[in-house]
Design a protein around this ligand. Structure first.
Ligand code: GRF
Length: 224
């Protein structure tokens, strides 16, 4: 049997913070569960733990300083043009936003239509934006979760690729719920990347169809 690997999708991960989703992708690649290679980790924060994680794994970590563009009238687009130049320089095929605390503009969205993913800690379209876990608890929901979706212009609005649901307990705080959701994020983000690598994601309008099907998950009843 040949051990030759299939084409490895060239990934860039954009992250602003601790980078645990980046780590989950790195681990999945190293374990050969995902046919991809990370060619750049890019951050808008010089001290992002994500950049440190990249260095530990000998990945290219790049800080692009937003301050360099602050004076320009279209500074958000100018910033994204600089990011786009890095992506193009490294022939990036798929961009992953992983705790990237900057709204991407049409500069990146148009260049990477259906080739840029984001992970969000709620069952979209409920609770887009910041503090999703806190808002989910405050609303009195019994189920929470996370979503991997393609990135479009609207924040957290793009076609949904995968979701995972978890129960909410009466004693949950935003932190305990976030931890339960994060565990699932680390499972579904690598899975979504592998589906992309296998060419199985087909976008039809708002919907993402998964070619060759997926097994049906179990119903989650909460409280059970
Ligand atoms: C995650 O909860 C993700 O869903 C959200 O930001 C957080 C990033 O966490 N978009 P990490 O930096 O990947 O640990």
């Amino acid at each position: 049997m040949s051990s030759k690997r299939p084409h490895l999708v060239r990934l860039a991960v954009l992250a602003s913070g601790r980078g645990s989703n980046l780590q989950a992708i790195i681990d999945a690649i190293e374990a050969r569960r995902v046919d991809a290679t990370i060619v750049a980790v890019i951050s808008n924060k010089q001290d992002a733990a994500a950049l440190e994680r990249a260095r530990k794994h000998n990945l290219r970590g790049i800080f692009v300083d937003p301050k360099l563009f602050a004076g320009q009238p279209d500074n958000r687009e100018a910033y994204d043009r600089a990011i786009l130049a890095v992506l193009q320089e490294h022939d990036v095929e798929l961009v992953l936003l992983a705790g990237y605390m900057k709204i991407v503009t049409t500069v990146l969205v148009n260049a990477y239509t259906h080739r840029m993913m984001n992970i969000h800690p709620s069952l979209l379209p409920s609770f887009p934006g910041l503090d999703a876990q806190k808002k989910t608890i405050e609303w009195g929901c019994k189920v929470a979760g996370c979503t991997v979706h393609f990135v479009t212009e609207g924040v957290d609005e793009g076609p949904i690729i995968l979701q995972a649901a978890v129960p909410i307990l009466d004693q949950d705080t935003p932190e305990t719920l976030a931890a339960r959701i994060l565990e699932q994020e680390h499972k579904i983000y690598p899975k979504a990347v592998q589906l992309f690598a296998e060419g199985r994601l087909q976008v039809e309008g708002r919907c993402v169809l998964i070619k060759q099907g997926m097994p049906m998950g179990e119903a989650l009843i909460s409280p059970s």
